[in-house]
Design a binder for this molecule. Structure first.
Ligand SMILES: [Mn+2]
Length: 249
């Protein structure tokens, strides 16, 4: 059977100084690409742009999408004015990712959102975020670690009845953590499937079993080369995409 085509949302970066200061470059962390290949998928970078028709067309050409991490979500998308501790925003990318999510949902293509992608899924389907951890109550652990990207620093407990259950068989996982925003109100139609010990929603899954929409707050792509559990998340997602394709034939 052909390997599934996995579209991964890209972003844009630019150099700060010198002759090419401000000149834009399409960008995506290599680890997303390597994680998909390692798990049996064919990665396609979906380049950031602002043309709705083109964005929809890109989704039609892949079997599933992965939303990569990045800037804070624009708070007006969930009805809040920006607060003091909001980080850098990129509203055009929110628009890009929103069209990706809505098109994939409409076409019943599985969605995996990572970090910002997890947060944006929650917002697009009607949930809200805390613009910074300090605006939430009872946060007691460090969620923006000062350790290398592939080092796990905090534990999570896993919902027994979820996509993650057979990946973390013991019910406990250990993950890296590079986020200062968290889910506040979870979107209708979704359930929390992993939580840190201070109650932060670290993963969500949709209740509709016809097409998987999964959000992961940590960065499994940064760990998948060295951590079997992180690898298994990509493997199970891509295996799910494969089995879904087979059902369609
Ligand atoms: Mn965390």
């Amino acid at each position: 059977m052909k390997k599934p085509l996995i579209g991964i949302s890209g972003s844009t970066t630019h150099l700060e100084n010198g002759l090419f200061a401000g000149y834009k470059r399409s960008s995506l962390d290599q680890s997303y690409i390597d994680s998909v290949i390692r798990a049996g998928g064919v990665p396609y970078v979906l380049p950031f742009n602002t043309d709705d028709e083109i964005i929809e067309e890109m989704v039609k050409n892949v079997d599933a999408i992965i939303l990569s991490g990045g800037n804070d979500v624009f708070p007006l998308l969930y009805g809040e004015e920006p607060k003091e501790k909001l980080g850098e925003i990129f509203p055009d990318r929110d628009h890009f990712d929103t069209i990706l999510i809505k098109t994939a949902e409409k076409l019943k293509k599985p969605i995996l959102g990572i970090c910002r992608g997890h947060q944006l899924i929650n917002v697009i389907f009607g949930g809200t975020l805390h613009q910074d951890l300090s605006y939430a109550e009872n946060i007691s652990i460090k969620h923006f670690q000062k350790a290398k990207w592939n080092v796990f620093t905090h534990s999570i407990s896993i919902d027994k009845n979820s996509f993650l259950n057979d990946i973390f068989e013991s019910g406990i996982g250990f993950v890296n953590s590079f986020h200062h925003q968290i889910i506040n109100k979870i979107a209708p139609g979704f359930k929390p499937i992993a939580k840190s010990s201070d109650g932060v929603i670290e993963a969500i899954e949709n209740l509709n079993t016809q097409n998987l929409i999964l959000g992961i707050q940590w960065h499994p792509e940064m760990m998948s080369a060295t951590d079997k559990y992180a690898h298994k998340i990509f493997k199970k997602f891509i295996d799910y995409v494969k089995s879904k394709k087979k059902d369609e034939i």
